[in-house]
Design a protein around this ligand. Structure first.
Ligand code: PGA
Length: 246
């Protein structure tokens, strides 16, 4: 049976009480001994409390790539580790566009994770204009090759890639199966270029308007190893329903 990673990205949603309700519902509904890995990328504010339950891998949506210092408003990887957070989301398009995170800065986050042996999901994906111009594959290669330049083969087990075409995020406009097959196959070939046969084992998630009606066909694609789920993750039962199509 294939093992999938289903990662909930709450973004800036839910209050503390709603977050606890979500977790309670998740714990009630999750099948024990599920072969799949469930992750929850919650706002950092709730991480410490959520991580106490130990029933789901809690990840952070952001961290600053220095261990400590004068970076008002930021959190560091050691701080996240100290409250039980298990991984970091890096390079999400919302952080690239709203917070002007460059690919070089994203590389710094990747390197910081590697230094701390801290797992991460590295997001990539093109905007609509880049797809229209038929330049999306080289765009994705550039995003990836800059960010993973210094990742060593020994650190590869820390890394998961997520392909999230920007035009599909939160729009209800999912990429077609052919588009997903093409880009996931291409990302796999980039990983093999970088890491040889070890690149075959790096999970590649799809993200962008995944919901209960399209999940089955998306997860059936050979190079799709799971999903990064936004809107459909805000309700624990809807999120877990996606796993039933795996
Ligand atoms: P969406 O978000 O599922 O709401 O499209 C995905 C994401 O941004 O990670």
């Amino acid at each position: 049976m294939r093992k999938f990673i289903l990662a909930a990205n709450w973004k800036m949603n839910l209050t503390a009480a709603e977050a606890q309700d979500w977790l309670t519902q998740f714990n009630d509904l999750v099948t024990e001994n599920s072969t799949h890995e469930f992750r929850l990328y919650a706002p950092s504010l709730f991480s410490a409390e959520l991580a106490k339950s130990n029933t789901i891998h809690i990840g952070a949506q952001n961290a600053f790539p220095s261990d400590f210092g004068a970076f008002t408003g930021e959190v560091s990887i050691p701080q996240l580790i100290s409250v039980g957070v298990k991984s970091l989301l890096i390079g999400h398009s919302e952080r690239r566009s709203y917070f002007h995170e460059s690919t070089e800065f994203i590389k710094e986050k990747v390197d910081a994770c590697c230094q701390h042996a801290f797992p991460f999901i590295l997001c990539c994906g093109e905007d609509f204009e880049t797809r229209e111009k038929d330049e999306y594959l080289s765009f994705i290669r550039n995003q990836l090759s800059t960010a993973i330049e210094q990742v060593e083969k020994e650190q590869l087990a820390l890394m998961v890639i997520a392909y999230e075409p920007i035009w599909a995020i939160g729009t209800g406009q999912t990429a077609t199966i052919d588009q997903i097959l093409e880009v996931h196959g291409y990302i796999r070939s980039v990983l093999i270029d970088f890491f040889g046969e070890l690149g075959v084992a790096v999970p590649i998630l799809y993200g962008g308007s995944v919901n209960s009606s399209n999940a089955k066909s998306i997860f059936a694609c050979p190079e799709v190893n799971g999903g990064l789920i936004g809107g459909a993750s805000l309700n624990a039962s809807v999120f877990l329903e996606l796993a039933s199509s795996l």
